[in-house]
Design a protein. Structure first.
Length: 125
C-alpha cells in the first residue's frame, strides 16, 4: 500500500473517533486491528479494551499470533505492544479472554509470555 493510501486510511480512522458510539463500529475496529496500513493500532486496542466486547477476543488472539512486524512503526518493543492486548483481554474478562491470556503466558514469545503472566497475576491475586 502506498504511503498516500495509508495516510488516507488514517484520516478515515480519525473520523471513526467522532462517532458517538464506537460500539456500533466494533466489526470495523476488529478488522482495522489486523490491517497493517495505518498508524492507529494502539488507539484501536484501547477502544476494544474500553468496549469490553467478547467478540474482540479472536481478533486480539490473531494480533498476538503475528510477530508484530506490522506494528514496528510504533517504535515500541514487542513486550510493550503485548501490554496493549493484555489489558484488553484483562478488561474483557470472559473465560475465553482469560484462557487466551493463559495460552500466551505459556506459549507466546518471551515478551508476550511475561506480560500475560503479569496480567494474569493481577486477576489471580
Amino acid at each position: 500500500m502506498a504511503q498516500h493510501d495509508a495516510d488516507e486510511l488514517d484520516r478515515t480512522i480519525d473520523l471513526l473517533w467522532l462517532s458517538e458510539d464506537t460500539a456500533d463500529l466494533i466489526d470495523l475496529l476488529h478488522q482495522l486491528l489486523l490491517v497493517p496500513h495505518h498508524w492507529s493500532h494502539q488507539q484501536i486496542a484501547r477502544e476494544l479494551q474500553r468496549l469490553r466486547h467478547a467478540s474482540s477476543v479472536p481478533f486480539i488472539r490473531a494480533a498476538l499470533e503475528t510477530n508484530f512486524d506490522y506494528l514496528a512503526y510504533s517504535g515500541s518493543r514487542r513486550s510493550v505492544i503485548a501490554k496493549w492486548f493484555s489489558w484488553a483481554l484483562h478488561d474483557i474478562g470472559t473465560p475465553e479472554a482469560i484462557q487466551t491470556m493463559r495460552e500466551f503466558a505459556e506459549t507466546g514469545r518471551k515478551g508476550i509470555r511475561k506480560e500475560m503472566r503479569y496480567r494474569l497475576s493481577k486477576i489471580n491475586g
